[in-house]
Design a protein around this ligand. Sequence first.
Ligand SMILES: [Fe+2]
Length: 370
Amino acid sequence: MNKWTLETTKEFPWPKFPTIVEESKEANSVGEFIEHSYFDMRTDVLTRKITLEKLLTGDAYSSHDDALVTSINLLSNFVEHDMVLRIFKEMQIEFSTLAAILELPSARKTKPNWYKSFASNGSRILQVPETIVDDIRMSINDDIYNLQTNDSEWGGIGYDNEVRYTREDSPILYEELEKLFDNMNVIHAVENYMDNEMILEGVTLHVCKEDDKHWNMTQADKPPTPFENLHFDPKNGMMKCIFYLDKVGIDDGPFSYVMGSNRWDMNPFHKVVAKAISVSNYMENGWRRSQFASLPKSMQYCANIGAFMTGDEDILENKYYTGPELGRGNLIVFDPGGLHRGGIVTDEGMRTNLQIMFRLAHKGKALGFI
Ligand SMILES: [Fe+2]
């Protein structure tokens, strides 16, 4: 059982997105053209008629009668260029990811005893021993102190209070985490799940505070909904961990995951468009919403569904708390393709965690295109 062979359990519950009074028939027929071209090409990738090399060199797009490129170009007649470019980019990334998974050797086979429930739910909490948490905290103590005590002005991208660590600038931190994930079988779980070699690539220290802005980017001009920021990630070929470095209670905005949502059924075309829209149009004002609603009807989707939900939806979030009194762990491993969100901090709470990414890899190197 891996991500690509999991059975779907229910239809993905798309909320109602912004619309305009009069739909454009021309735009809708361009949407159909794009959808057909997308599925034609996707089929060729899945049947290995199109190779990873052809995708990466761009040959795949010119040798395919340019149907996808032509149809995507037509979209510029109806909406902003940024969205058009992002949609095409997102399709290219998806095709390359699928081709890589098909062509590269499979993952290691050892599975932890918690693998089955992890694969089925899309998420699993584990307990890292306190001594190891202390060691890791120690190595980044100054950054934690600075983020927790300084008032920062949000720059409009990323988190309000964050420090990013790369393998090059923080080799010891990466080494410590790699050892931990090997001992706890986390790397084995994510490799089996993705059916590919994976590598730890991307560690961000994040301190979440009550006055944070980042979680309210989508429809920022509207009041937060009860599910604000519930989303699936726009990135492909990735698995993630949230590693709490402090106790996290209800006021500290616990991370939450909708169990089993990694298996919910979604039209791949809607999915790829939703990912692209979520990072190219935040629908933060009427003009941006009208741009969204000017897309062909078949392309009006956004991965950040929380901003459009009403609170009446039949969605159950599993909120992850820590601490012995709460009986939970401090390390959450999850498939970011399922619905999740960092909770919202209230009543002077604060959450300090590492966000850790595992990316598709080959021979110890992350694949560059993802
Ligand atoms: Fe996410």
